[in-house]
Design a protein. Structure first.
Lengths: 566, 321, 318
């Protein structure tokens, strides 16, 4: 049987080769395959140069999200191969992760390392790493020291995954906010004389006044407020209430004193949707807001006619970019941390938490290579490699000025947004999921170009400088209150609800109900709002919400017990 | 050898006999037919029927990490979840509604278009129209629904046109009302697939004996009566067979288009069985639930297929079996 | 002329023309209507594809504004550059062509052969075999059992997993069988009297006579095989050199969407505002669609020459 299949395989390869040579003409990529296998000998030699010698190693990796293969001559992967002796063969996912994981698990077909997924962990696909790290990877151990307990699996206490984000070095400061907020066009604030906007009522008053004054923008009707609820991009409709009562982003629940509770059917939510109902009656909400798709939403924003919306910044980033290229800077947005009443302190900005269930783990099939793999990461977590992975090669990808600050030329900045360039010059796909330093290097430079204050200032436009000056702020983040210390269990949204469990099903059903009833409530005549709302609350009441809340509370309690430093 | 064998079969009449007993001589007689079909039968049994053991998953809480023997058996739990859900009947209604609309619209438009294309005498023009009309088939639903949504927007081309023709005073928000949704889905299907669906009829028309047209011409038949009495009967077997097969797919209303065009305001009209099973099956990692949904659809399909086939038989039409 | 007969150049055409001259108005009206309708159809069905091409040649951050219809506003090749950047798609293209060709040839031959046997009313196993095939259209064993089968057959991570599991389709078989049913029985009978066996009849008579329907089926199979990505996703995804064009393009689209989605990162890492990417998921998707579909679109015009009325049956009879 084995022999037969081998010969079939060989036959197919021969046929393939001949076909692909014929069909793809010269086939420039044949070189890639050849150099891939022919390089091992060379690495061994060049490996001698570095202090930390690692045996030549080929690692197969499964990346649980879409990505593109780097070019065969990618300079960072080449450096990794030359200096660390490691070749990384990556497999990216396109298509449905649940389907792929189903067959991978059923067939136990795992590559050496895989990105985290609770299904894989539950299936026993990863090996425990805590002892191996203690023994073989002192730098990794140091990197994760503060977070060690948090990395443990809630079910059996082993460490299977090395979180890719959230292990910080030094104070975290930021100049760029990509999270949720009520956004408003800069022109609206400018027109009103740069007021301080704190509450929801003030916000909509401002929008109403502006819309009245300027019924059209560039010839198109002015749109007061947008609410996007398309596919999985549903926070535009769902998430605002928790922020309005001064709570941070915990997903579908509000956590008070370590106890989680849904807010979707509570009065705090009702107040928000009633307000939306009211402003809709005033004609401030876009008529098409609930039928539009994501592309249409972006098109409206990038036309400059939308005055405000509740959203996460990254979600409409491309539309804002389009406004910038059109030189419509006054149509770009400021995030406002609104609350219901002035006495509530806003909590939009949060401190980064450890990115649980993200990052790489080593599979049972990669067990034999585990030590070597950990040694590789142990080497990579050191500053010299972190600089290479994050900033690139000095002189080529960034420059160091007289004050030994890392900077980029405009050309280098442009390169960094060019996906094509990155395939040849960055190891993004691998770096993204690997353990990494965040915050600052020992020399004071930010680990990430985007967080380097000089870089931020250099990119600031004249209009924005003037705008910030009017408020006396350094950056747009100053509109938000500084992030307080996170509660130990934060954030609740990272709780794994467990696929197929009652908690998960209830959560899905609750989202279905919200998707169906909230638009109805907002678009209803103000006199009918109460009726729709009570239908909605009644339907939610029928669900076993307790199962959902219990699951979250159970994990939060576990976190409090395990993560608290004793 | 060939000689003797074929000599014998020369006398073999295509018997319209009913219930002929299978005898050795008959099998010997039909040796070549058997050689030509039985290996393919073995093939299809291996690739299509052997994996059906997987249907046992519908009666388990299947976990891919466990061996077959370690799975937990749960009886009809997943079927109960499916049938007892408050939304099940609504989802079933939507599936049937959209599927029937698609079926009727799909057949009628494709046949009419094929007939009209057949009337074009300039070969180049005919082929150009054919080629262009099948282009949308190659676009994914995400692109097509993108264009549909833009066209149906309040400032989209459809509303523009209707306003200019003074048929409406205010733009209609087509995607905000359940009553339009099935129609939008049906029309989108026609738009995307009509050209592609005609291909099969055009091929069938190629088999019509030109002598029939000549005879009709000599009788002075009009274009319409030739269409009616020559072309349509010529492609009728194809139409009937495709119809029977399609009736079996009555629960296949798709999910992509509904998913992409649907929204909270029309969800009561947009959600299909496939979406439901996707949401509570695969998306929850619940393969058992997905399998249960599949079994339900198969049972309905086969029932419908047999009914359709039986009806065709009663009507004296071409049939599948 | 408005009222030409069906097969131009036929001897009787002129005579028919004269006779039909009496009722000229109706055909003129009909043809005018028909032409207008076809023009409408062409516009409506050309638009989506043309629009996709327009988007693919337009700068991504401009496309986002919407309102792009028949002509690019800011011409760019950037989207195509991004599609071809990683270089993996050349090999994938070769694989896709290979699997498409092989599948088409195998399907046509095997399906027609089976269809012929099942069209013979005297064939003893006709009914059971037909039923067994037809049922396959209406069930699906599911992902995981299918995967186990491929694994047991050692097809995982081989090229053959693209070809072997889909060598036949019941639907195509039925379509061909129906077509064979329209071939006059007398042709088969006379061949039999001349001493031909079933295989010979199939190969020498049925096969050539079925050209129009085989052209159709070839198109169906080729388009299906070309557009297939699911098998690459399930069975060969860990072997880059076996990846198909559709799967590579699929990865490209998802990764461009990914790049624009949640940075999943606190502190907004990766999101700089100083430089703006020209390429967006929308424009990548358009370029990908064009790259993926143009090669297979070229098949149809080539097939069309087999769709001429009476091409085969008529010629055989004479």
């Amino acid at each position: 049987m084995g022999g037969k299949s081998k010969s079939i395989f060989r036959l197919s390869m021969i046929m393939l080769l001949s076909l692909s040579v014929i069909l793809s003409g010269c086939g420039g990529n044949n070189n890639a395959a050849n150099s891939g296998s022919g390089n091992n000998g060379k690495q061994a030699e060049s490996g001698n140069n570095t202090g930390d010698k690692v045996e030549p190693l080929e690692i197969t990796a499964f990346i649980g999200e879409a990505g593109q293969q780097p070019t065969p001559d990618n300079k960072i992967y080449k450096k990794i191969k030359d200096e660390l002796g490691v070749t990384i063969k990556m497999e990216f996912l396109a298509g449905d992760i649940n389907q792929k994981l189903g067959v991978m698990i059923a067939g136990s077909d795992y590559p050496d390392i895989m990105t985290a997924n609770t299904k894989l962990t539950a299936a026993g696909a990863f090996i425990p790493l805590e002892d191996l790290i203690e023994e073989h990877a002192p730098n990794l151990k140091k990197h994760y020291e503060k977070y060690w307990n948090m990395m443990k699996d809630p079910n059996d206490g082993h460490i299977y995954i090395l979180p890719n984000y959230g292990a910080y070095n030094g104070e975290v400061s930021t100049t760029w906010y990509s999270g949720p907020a009520f956004w408003v066009q800069k022109a609206v604030l400018e027109d009103a004389g740069y007021p301080q906007v704190k509450t929801l009522d003030e916000y909509f008053d401002l929008i109403a006044k502006y819309k009245e004054k300027y019924p059209t923008i560039d010839g198109s009707p002015t749109i007061g407020f947008e609410i996007l609820n398309y596919d999985w991009r549903n926070w535009g409709l769902f998430n605002a209430p928790q922020h309005l009562i001064g709570q941070p982003n915990d997903g579908g629940v509000v956590v008070k004193d370590g106890k989680a509770e849904i807010f979707a059917d509570k009065d705090s939510a009702k107040q928000y949707y009633q307000k939306l109902n009211e402003v809709n009656a005033q004609g401030l909400v876009d008529k098409e807001t609930f039928t539009q798709n994501y592309d249409q939403y972006l098109a409206k924003i990038s036309s400059g006619t939308v005055l405000g919306m509740f959203d996460q910044h990254w979600n409409f980033q491309t539309a804002e970019d389009a406004l910038t290229t059109q030189q419509k800077l006054e149509r770009t947005y400021v995030g406002l941390p609104l609350v219901y009443d002035k006495n509530t302190k806003d909590h939009y900005l949060d401190r980064p938490a450890l990115n649980l269930n993200n990052g790489f783990g080593i599979s049972v099939n990669g067990k034999d290579k585990a030590v070597q793999i950990l040694k590789m990461w142990d080497r990579m977590i050191q500053e010299d490699w972190q600089k290479v992975l994050s900033w690139g090669i000095e002189g080529e990808d960034y420059i160091v000025n007289e004050e030994s600050r890392f900077m980029k030329t405009q050309e280098q900045r442009d390169d960094f947004t060019d996906a094509t360039w990155k395939l040849a010059n960055k190891a993004d796909a691998f770096y993204k999921f690997s353990p990494k330093m965040q915050g600052y290097f020992e020399d004071g430079n930010a680990t990430d170009a985007a967080a380097q204050p000089e870089e931020y200032k250099a990119g600031l436009k004249e209009y924005d400088k003037k705008f910030l000056e009017a408020y006396g702020y350094n950056s747009y983040v100053d509109f938000f209150s500084p992030a307080p210390e996170n509660p130990i269990y934060y954030p609740a949204w990272s709780v794994d609800l467990v696929e197929g469990s009652e908690a998960k099903i209830v959560n899905t059903k609750q989202n279905d109900l919200s998707t169906k009833y909230l638009p109805k409530a907002i678009l209803a005549k103000p006199t009918e709002f109460e009726a729709v709302w009570s239908d909605y609350a009644k339907e939610i009441g029928k669900l076993n919400i307790k199962a959902y809340e219990d699951r979250i509370n159970e994990v939060l309690q576990w976190r409090i017990d395990t993560w608290t430093v004793k | 050898m060939d000689e003797t064998l074929t000599k014998k079969s020369a006398f073999r009449k295509p018997k319209k006999a009913k219930k002929q007993p299978i005898t050795w001589s008959l099998i010997k007689d039909q040796k070549q037919l058997i050689f030509m079909s039985v290996p393919l039968l073995a093939y299809i049994i291996l690739f299509a029927y052997v994996p059906i053991w997987g249907w046992t998953m519908a009666f388990q809480d299947y976990k891919p990490a466990l061996d077959f023997g370690d799975q937990k058996w749960v009886g009809f739990k997943h079927f109960k979840f499916l049938f007892q859900d408050d939304n099940f009947l609504r989802v079933l209604r939507n599936t049937l509604g959209m599927s029937i609309i698609n079926l009727i619209l799909g057949f009628v438009t494709a046949i009419i278009l094929a007939l009209l294309l057949n009337e074009i005498k300039k070969i180049f023009w005919k082929r150009t129209v054919q080629t262009i009309s099948y282009l949308p088939h190659f676009l994914s639903w995400i692109i097509v629904t993108g264009i549909v949504a833009t066209s149906l927007a309040s400032d989209g081309i459809i509303n523009d046109l209707l306003m200019k023709l003074h048929l409406i005073k205010e733009p209609i928000l087509w995607l905000s009302e359940g009553k339009y949704f099935w129609g939008v889905v049906g029309a989108s299907h026609v738009w995307k697939e009509v050209g592609w669906n005609t291909i099969i009829y055009l091929a069938a028309m190629a088999s019509i004996d030109p002598a029939l047209y000549e005879a009709a011409d000599i009788d002075g038949a009009s274009r319409y009566s030739k269409m009616r009495h020559v072309t349509l009967p010529g492609i009728k077997p194809t139409i009937v067979i495709l119809l029977i097969m399609q009736v079996g797919h009555i629960l296949e209303a798709g999910f992509e288009i509904q998913y992409l065009l649907g929204n909270g305001l029309v969800v009561d009209w947009a959600e299909t069985i496939d979406i439901f099973v996707l949401k509570y099956g695969i998306a929850q990692g619940n393969y058992s639930m997905a399998t249960a949904g599949g079994i339900f659809k198969t049972v309905v399909s086969v029932t419908m297929l047999l009914i359709a086939n039986w009806t065709a038989k009663r009507l004296g039409e071409e049939r599948l079996l | 002329m408005a009222n030409q007969s069906i097969s131009p150049g036929h001897a009787t055409a002129a005579a028919v023309n004269r006779r039909m001259g009496r009722r000229k108005l109706e055909p003129i009206l009909f043809n005018t209507f028909n032409t207008l309708f076809m023009i409408f159809l062409v516009i409506v069905t050309l638009y989506p594809f043309l629009n996709t091409i327009v988007v693919s040649f337009n700068a991504g951050n401009d496309t986002i504004r919407g309102g792009l219809y028949w002509w690019p506003r800011q011409f760019t090749l950037q989207n195509y550059k991004a599609v071809f950047a990683s270089g993996t798609i050349y090999n994938a293209f070769g694989i896709s062509v290979a699997r498409t060709l092989l599948s088409t040839v195998l399907n046509i031959f095997l399906t027609t052969m089976l269809a012929y046997t099942l069209s013979r009313k005297e064939y003893v196993f006709r009914k059971p075999i037909t039923l067994i095939f037809i049922l396959t259209m209406y069930f699906n064993a599911g992902l995981i059992p299918g995967y186990f089968l491929m694994k047991d057959l050692h097809l995982i991570n081989t090229f053959w997993v693209y070809v072997i599991p889909s060598m036949m389709s019941a639907f195509n078989m039925i379509v061909i069988r129906t077509y064979i049913g329209t071939i006059p029985e007398s042709l088969i009978e006379s061949a039999r009297i001349d001493g031909a066996g079933d295989f010979k009849i199939f190969w020498r008579i049925i096969f050539p006579l079925c050209k129009p329907v085989l052209a159709t089926i070839a198109l169906f199979v080729a388009v299906g095989a070309w557009n297939q990505w699911f098998d690459a996703f399930l069975y060969t995804s860990s072997k880059q050199e076996l990846s198909t064009l559709q799967y590579e393009l699929m990865k490209l689209i998802s990764s461009s969407m990914n790049a624009n989605s949640n940075p999943a990162v606190s502190n907004g890492a990766g999101m700089t505002q100083q430089s703006i990417s020209m390429v967006t998921p929308l424009s990548i998707r358009a370029a990908v669609t064009v790259v993926a579909s143009v090669p297979i679109l070229l098949v149809y015009p080539f097939m069309q020459k087999y769709f001429v009325v009476g091409l085969n049956v008529g010629s055989v009879k004479e």
